[in-house]
Design a protein around this ligand. Structure first.
Ligand SMILES: Cc1ncc(COP(=O)(O)O)c(C=O)c1O
Length: 424
């Protein structure tokens, strides 16, 4: 019998080709079940979406109840309970002084955030960071700089976008004492404003508090705080793209809590609704209040079922998920560091909470994309699903659900240990 992959090849373009050729028929907790009958330990979580595991019973029940009551009302047309309740909940968990606007995808939310920043400041320019990934729409692609391939064939995008350097300290060429963020990362803003773009023409600086696709790069806290200071100095709005980092991924509801930095605008998607499409532009109340009727919109934003699933997801995170992510994140990282001590090819272990990664290298820190590919492929043959990331495609990220248990982490480590032993 033909597999789903083989069937899809006849009807879908190459652009739809993805990380694996596996067809799946069911998901439950930390596991996916394949069409060929395999039980796969899923540490990809649909790319950081199923943060409370696959088909969490509370999420399923909430979605089913909403399905029976109302599938679509249209937020341009009417109000409905799950939509309003989710807005109230998001405002509450973000400190009470925010407002939210619902869309469908991370890219759409980032487009919305940029529109909001431009609209409110009446300034044209956006500063983003090298290594960043913000999505695939024309707008979000224009601020993305983690892979030239994403932009290839589409140049001539949104104008007035500038890129600053993100402190990727494992690979930095700037000198500084161990554990200190090189001064160049701070000074670059003065240079940018002196030589290239007037700071008072900049609407927003958009940053991932931890870079996702770029390689699970955690910047020093003092750098993130400094970016906040730069924004305050020139009246620039700070946008945190928390599409990948929020909803328990880092052991916090929002990664901003880890960095102790509040953005003016925050974008959310992926983990919010456990797989139902939903995204959010969240901003300080005084900013959102200036976004006038007609300035932004969309038919499907804030779908009733997605909102109901999001409310259940947030409840699971608040009652158990976030605490477990903190605890299991510490344990998982410790086990990865033990592996690093055994295998020279693991150049770096990094991450916060359950947003963890290893960077694979050859001698002299040369990026080992070949090893990365091979390890991921072999891991899947042992029923462990992992994804790569990184500007040099040599990082393996571990995106376990916040509901993961120690035995599942141990099992993944055992597989990696066995494969690395064979490879070295
Ligand atoms: C940080 C970040 N922003 C934006 C996006 C785009 O989200 P979406 O694919 O839902 O448009 C992604 C997706 O990987 C992401 O990781």
């Amino acid at each position: 019998m033909e597999t789903m992959f083989e069937r899809s090849q006849k009807v879908m373009p190459p652009v739809a080709r993805r990380a694996t050729t596996m067809g799946v028929v069911k998901g439950e907790g930390s596991y996916l079940y394949s069409e060929t009958g395999e039980k796969i330990l899923d540490f990809a979580s649909g790319v950081a979406v199923c943060n409370v595991g696959h088909n969490h019973p509370q999420v399923v029940a909430a979605a089913q109840k909403q399905l029976a009551d109302l599938i679509h009302g249209g937020h341009n047309v009417v109000y409905y309970e799950s939509y309003v309740k989710l807005a109230e909940t998001l405002v509450e968990i973000s400190g009470g002084n925010t407002m939210v606007y619902f869309s469908n995808s991370g890219a759409e939310a980032n487009d919305g955030a940029m529109k909001l920043a431009k609209y409110v400041t009446k300034r044209p320019a956006i500063i983003s960071f090298k290594g960043s990934f913000h999505g695939r729409t024309i707008g979000s692609m224009a601020i993305t700089a983690s892979n030239a391939k994403y932009r290839q064939g589409y140049e001539g995008m949104v104008p007035s976008v500038y890129f600053a350097e993100y402190p990727y300290l494992y690979r930095t060429s700037y000198k500084a004492a161990e554990g200190v963020c090189p001064s160049r990362y701070f000074e670059q803003f003065d240079e940018l404003f002196d030589l290239i773009i007037d700071p008072y023409s900049v609407a927003a600086i958009i940053m991932e508090p931890i870079q996702g696709e770029g390689g699970y790069i955690v910047p020093p806290k003092e750098f993130v705080k400094y970016v906040r200071e730069v924004c305050d100095k020139y009246g620039i709005l700070l946008i945190f793209d928390e599409v990948q980092t929020a909803f328990g991924r880092t052991g916090y509801m929002f990664a901003s809590e880890y960095f102790e930095v509040e953005p003016d605008i925050r974008t959310l998607a992926k983990g919010i609704a456990s797989g139902f499409p939903l995204s959010v532009v969240m901003a300080k109340k005084e900013i959102m209040e200036k976004w006038e009727p007609g300035s932004h919109g969309g038919t499907f934003g804030g779908n009733p079922v997605s909102c109901a699933a999001a409310l259940a997801t947030i409840d699971v995170l608040q009652t158990t998920g976030i605490n477990n992510a903190k605890k299991m994140g510490i344990y998982f990282k410790k086990r990865l560091i033990e592996l690093q001590a055994k295998y020279e090819c693991i150049g770096d272990v990094r991450g916060v909470g359950l947003m963890l990664a290893i960077e694979l290298v050859h001698e002299g820190k040369k990026p080992a994309a070949d090893l990365t590919n091979s390890l991921i492929k072999q891991a899947l043959e042992h029923n462990l699903l992992l994804l790569s990331c990184g500007m040099y495609k040599n990082v393996i990220r571990f995106i376990a659900p916040t509901t993961v248990c120690q035995e599942e982490i141990d099992h993944a480590i055992e597989i990696l240990d066995e494969l690395l032993a064979k490879m070295s």
